[in-house]
Design a protein around this ligand. Structure first.
Ligand code: RFL
Ligand code: PHB
Length: 388
């Protein structure tokens, strides 16, 4: 088999790139290790920047998102019983959109199917060969070995994928920070406790109130890395969440059975460069942020924006400059999202080895954010997403 662009990974990054390229007449094949249902079963991001929303529309998959998503003009920061609002619209003229990653991925799969795009599910033992020459990808599917020749390989295979590992250690530089806690997340068929998201810090640790729609809520509490979801009954989760929220919010919280419960460790990670020969990395394959600030999926989308435009320029105009600039442009934006996510994580979580001084610094940082309009503008600019 031969294609122009071989895309490894059928998560949101791979599917979005595949859909955008196909609409420009650029042939591509997506190789996904799991099944469609497995990918759609992962409950992850919920907040989209307007840059992401525009890309979905460019990809011709904006209709359901435009009809069913919710615009959020601000967010609440709580600390103990004190709360304040950061108004994105007032500070930046922009907003974010609440629409789950599951829905984004479902819309992309539906669109790929409708256009007759090639997605190989259950692709096993994917390997990239000759990335700096004439590349090809080998894989196994239904017990048979396959070879896919291509001009370019794009690694959209997430943090645990093979693409990043295919770049020699001597070329790759990795930057990493692991945090000493995780997030326990619960999805429940209950109305959200508040119209906006609430990021809450308390003496017992961080909590987040988020949502998917009028009757679907997503909540998180900071937890120990030693915890497993089975250690947390629904009752224990709701009790702990309430204790970490301002009293007036806890009193309004509607609880119900969890329909999903999982723990995600928190990590900051960047690999450089994001291109090696004819292999490009996008999304979680190249970088991870802690979820505080909702930047993971949105940073994947900005990678796709740069790479899609680079590939389109190359195939349609014969100009490789966009591809030459891809790694530097993508990384410049990635590092700013890394900084914001790291800062927000440090601001709102309890750290096991935190000193009295560290606590005072957090409190001063929060007080400054509450009182200072310029600080709120900086927060809002980062949260709604820096320009592409
Ligand atoms: P994904 O979604 O991990 O998809 C990678 C795909 O590649 C496949 N794969 C392979 N396929 C073939 N061969 C191999 N060897 C392969 N290895 C892996 C996998 O099966 C998978 O289908 O990466 P992608 O597409 O780059 O998308 C990134 C996003 O999923 C991620 O950044 C976000 O979910 C992060 N994130 C959030 N981001 C936001 O922008 N806003 C949020 O509100 C937000 N909340 C979150 C999050 C991530 C979370 N967790 C669990 C990590 C909340 C949580 C709890
Ligand atoms: C979510 O709704 O899953 C979500 C929202 C905001 C975040 C992280 C996760 O910062």
């Amino acid at each position: 088999m031969r294609t122009q662009v071989a895309i490894i990974g059928g998560g949101p990054s791979g599917l979005l790139l595949s859909q955008l390229l196909h609409r420009k007449g650029i042939d591509n094949v997506v190789l996904e290790r799991k099944t469609r249902d497995y990918v759609l079963g992962r409950i992850r991001a919920g907040i989209l920047e307007t840059g992401f929303v525009d890309l979905m529309r460019q990809a011709g998959v904006g209709a359901r998102m435009d009809a069913e998503s919710f615009t959020h003009d601000g967010t609440v920061i709580a600390c103990g019983n004190a709360m304040f609002d950061i108004n994105f619209k007032q500070r930046t003229g922009s907003h974010v959109v609440v629409y789950g990653q599951t829905e984004v991925t479902r819309d992309l799969y539906d669109a790929r199917e409708a256009m007759g795009g090639t997605i190989v599910f259950n692709a096993e033992n994917v390997a990239i060969h000759d990335a700096t020459g004439a590349p090809h990808v080998t894989y196994e599917s239904e017990g048979q070995s396959h070879r896919l020749d291509c001009d370019y390989v794009v690694g959209c295979d997430g943090f645990h994928g093979v693409s990043r590992q295919s770049i020699p250690r001597s070329v790759r530089r990795e930057y990493e920070k692991a945090y000493p806690f995780g997030w326990l997340g619960v999805l429940s068929q209950t109305p959200p406790v508040h119209e906006e998201l609430i990021y809450s810090c308390s003496d017992r640790g961080f909590a987040l109130c988020s949502m998917r729609n009028a009757n679907l809520s997503r909540y998180y509490v900071q937890c120990s890395l030693d915890d497993s979801p089975d250690d947390w009954s629904d009752a224990a989760f709701w009790e702990e969440l309430k204790r970490r929220l301002p009293d007036e919010i806890a009193a309004k919280l509607v609880t119900g059975p969890s329909i999903e419960k999982s723990i995600a460790p928190l990590r900051s990670f960047v690999t450089e460069p994001m291109r090696w020969g004819n292999l490009f990395l996008c999304g979680d394959a190249a970088h991870i942020v802690p979820p505080t600030g909702a930047k993971g999926l949105n940073t994947a989308a900005s990678d796709i924006h740069y790479l899609y435009n680079g590939l389109a320029r190359f195939y349609l105009e014969g100009d490789a400059q966009g591809l030459e600039e891809y790694s530097a442009k993508a990384l410049a934006r990635v590092w700013k999202a890394e900084r914001f996510s790291w800062w927000m994580t440090n601001l709102l979580h309890r750290f096991p080895d935190q000193t009295e001084f560290d606590l005072k610094m957090q409190q001063a940082d929060l007080a400054f954010l509450r009182e200072n309009e310029a600080a709120q503008t900086v927060f809002a600019q980062n949260y709604v997403g820096l320009p592409y």
